[in-house]
Design a protein around this ligand. Structure first.
Ligand code: CTP
Ligand code: CA
Length: 224
């Protein structure tokens, strides 16, 4: 008789995935964000659901449909994303694919900033909470497997190694987002899988294929 666990290696597991950019308000009509399309994070959520997991996807604003069979939570800012992730825990696996804005403006203007004699406004910034590091460094209720991404324009693997250590996660999926690569917004991705044991480079493939390969790697790790 066929073993039903074979095709659904994440059955009974809860997987939390972050995806897309965050949006940090300047005033009621303006914001700061980045080029993340959410394609890779959403593909991971779909692949985890297909592997039998219960999936919570916490996503910033993207032009993608909510994946079928995935509990999708829509957020805007980094602080909202952190709160939604905390609310979604506990989880067996957490994958942080979102391109979280590193900074937000120190004070969001209550009304629309207007042009005027004073010239352009100067904005001052404060750092956003690091969602991945917050979850990876939990002493109680840490997911069994915490996975980060690293978007790098140079020294991709070295920077990913440094991030692995600094953030306390189990694995980093590193991709090259320097000009000339088509990762941001595209359907293809070439990634390096970096963990304490070393580095594995996967051939350029579709983001769906990266998602499926990553989910099967995570399923094997969480089972052992
Ligand atoms: N991340 C996060 N919260 C943040 C910033 C980043 O959860 N405030 C997560 C991302 O989702 C990703 C990982 O941390 O999984 C690495 O993001 P990245 O931007 O590459 O690293 P940073 O630590 O922000 O460093 P820098 O941007 O300076 O390279
Ligand atoms: Ca960053």
């Amino acid at each position: 008789m066929a073993d039903p666990a074979v095709g659904r290696p994440l059955a009974g597991r809860h997987v939390v995935v972050t995806s897309g950019p965050t949006r940090e308000a300047i005033d009621p009509v303006r914001y700061i964000s980045n080029h993340s399309s959410g394609k890779q994070g959403h593909a991971i959520a779909r692949a985890a659901a297909a592997a039998g997991a219960r999936v919570t996807l916490v996503t910033g604003p993207v032009a993608l449909a909510d994946p079928v069979g995935v509990a999708t939570v829509h957020v805007e800012s980094a602080r909202d994303m952190l709160a939604a992730v905390e609310a979604a825990l506990p989880a067996d696996v957490a994958v942080f694919a979102a391109a979280v804005a590193d900074w937000r403006v120190a004070e969001i203007a209550g009304g629309k900033l207007k042009k005027g004699a004073g010239g352009p406004p100067s904005l001052s910034f404060v750092e956003n909470p690091d969602i991945l590091a917050t979850v990876a460094k939990k002493t109680a209720g840490r997911p069994g497997l915490v996975v980060g991404f690293a978007a790098e324009t140079e020294a991709v693997v070295d920077n990913a190694r440094a991030k692995l250590a600094r953030k306390g996660c189990d694995l980093i999926v590193a991709n090259d987002v320097s000009s000339g690569t088509d990762t941001f917004g595209g359907d293809m991705n070439r990634v390096h899988i970096v963990d304490a044991a070393g580095v594995e480079t996967w051939e350029r493939q579709s983001k769906d294929a990266v998602a499926e390969a990553l989910v099967s790697l995570l399923a094997r790790r969480i089972a052992s």
